[in-house]
Design a protein around this ligand. Structure first.
Ligand SMILES: Nc1nc2c(ncn2[C@@H]2O[C@H](COP(=O)(O)OP(=O)(O)OP(=O)(O)O)[C@@H](O)[C@H]2O)c(=O)[nH]1
Ligand SMILES: [Mg+2]
Length: 357
């Protein structure tokens, strides 16, 4: 899984990236004009509870790859470089500036999140449209020369997609049949990606949620999730030595949850991922899989041998575990379930895979 931070110049992409990954990009990385790569650890309070209960030798959080992409500008489409990178992503995080700071310039001279969101969305749609138009020109030629049936079929699908994009709607909203999906799977359509808007606000505005609520409502139809952070202040707090101090500062600013926790939730939802856990004295670990995955698929996320040799899964529900306190008590209560190949894993399952190789 890979997400990417995109946005206009000077909106806080790098600040947010550093905060999420604890990786400070080098000057070389910054000037390269290439995506800067990092890893973000999923923060989940359930994981911390399990670690407290098992006190394992090793604790491993689930991770998601994250990149910060070069800024989007008026001539970005013409240059076209960034879109190949966007195409590699599973989800796009659009960082939008809503902080006031006269020392940081804004390309359009004023702070207007809605305008910036519309601009970037329009650029993404335009990219997909231009791609389709070019592709259709080529198809027309092929059709004229060879009357190839596949080309005619492809033209038909593309004109359907084009009609949709012409209404300034992202392709993510279009139901595309399985066969058609296969046909277009190699095309770099960026508006098919899941999308999240991260509103970067001034620290004093964290408690103001009118704009956030308004954007949530407006961006629901195009299926874009919205969250609010103050990247700069959080990274300053993250730099403080003691946990105590960090907590105090966060709560004094009305930050109930650090951004990583919020982002974790929003991200997993956008990517349609759920978590399951493996536990023991040696290791407590969180894993992510697509919602709707079967127990053998979960086993496969751990190791391919576990999927191949899958016999059954022992499953504890996270809620049962916290309610009863120990694995032993869960078992006594008859709530350690044995599940077969058809079991669909649920969010929060604590799983032990029985297998033979
Ligand atoms: N006041 C304030 N400044 C911020 C905030 N977030 C980022 N900045 C500042 O804005 C400037 C740009 O931040 P970056 O994180 O480098 O932004 P970017 O989007 O990577 O910028 P480009 O790479 O130029 O597109 C820096 O001076 C940051 O310190 C914020 O929440 N509040
Ligand atoms: Mg940057």
């Amino acid at each position: 899984m890979k997400i990417g931070l995109i946005g206009l110049p000077q909106v806080g992409k790098k600040t947010l990236f550093e905060l999420l990954t604890h990786h400070k990009p080098s000057e070389k990385e910054i000037v390269s004009g290439k995506p800067i790569k990092g890893v973000v650890e999923i923060k989940d309070p359930r994981f911390d509870k399990l670690v407290a209960a098992y006190k394992p030798k090793k604790e491993v959080r689930a991770r998601i790859d994250i990149e910060t992409l070069p800024r989007i500008e008026k001539d970005t489409i013409a240059k076209g470089e960034i879109f190949a990178d966007i195409n590699e992503l599973d989800a796009i995080c659009h960082v939008v500036r809503n902080f006031k700071d006269d020392s940081v310039y804004h390309v359009d001279g004023s702070i207007d999140p809605k305008r910036d969101i519309d601009f970037v969305n329009a650029e993404l749609i335009l990219h997909d449209l231009i791609f389709i138009e070019k592709r259709m020109e080529r198809l027309e030629k092929t059709i004229k020369q060879t009357k190839e049936e596949a080309a005619t079929k492809e033209r038909e699908i593309l004109s359907k997609l084009k009609a949709h994009l012409d209404k300034t709607l992202p392709l993510r909203l279009l139901d595309i049949g399985a066969d058609d999906k296969k046909l277009i799977s190699s095309y770099p359509f960026v508006t098919r990606k899941d999308m999240i808007v991260v509103l970067n606000v001034s620290e004093g505005d964290l408690k103001k949620t009118e704009l956030l609520e308004q954007l949530k409502e407006e961006l629901e139809p195009p299926k874009i999730d919205v969250m609010q952070v103050s990247a700069k202040v959080e990274s300053e707090i993250a730099g403080l030595e003691s946990e105590e101090e960090r907590k105090e500062f966060l709560s004094s600013l009305g930050i109930e949850e650090p951004v990583v926790f919020i982002l974790t939730r929003v991200l997993l939802k956008a990517l349609n991922l759920i978590s399951f856990f493996t536990v023991g004295e040696d290791e407590v670990r969180q894993w992510t899989i697509r919602r709707g995955s079967s127990a053998p698929a979960a086993a496969g996320a751990i190791h391919s041998d576990l999927e191949k040799g899958f016999i059954r899964a022992e499953v504890m529900k996270y809620g049962d575990f916290t309610a009863l306190g120990t694995e032993h008590k869960v078992k006594e209560a008859g709530k350690l379930y044995l599940k077969g190949k058809d079991y669909i894993v649920e969010d929060g399952d604590i799983i032990n895979i029985r297998f033979s190789v």
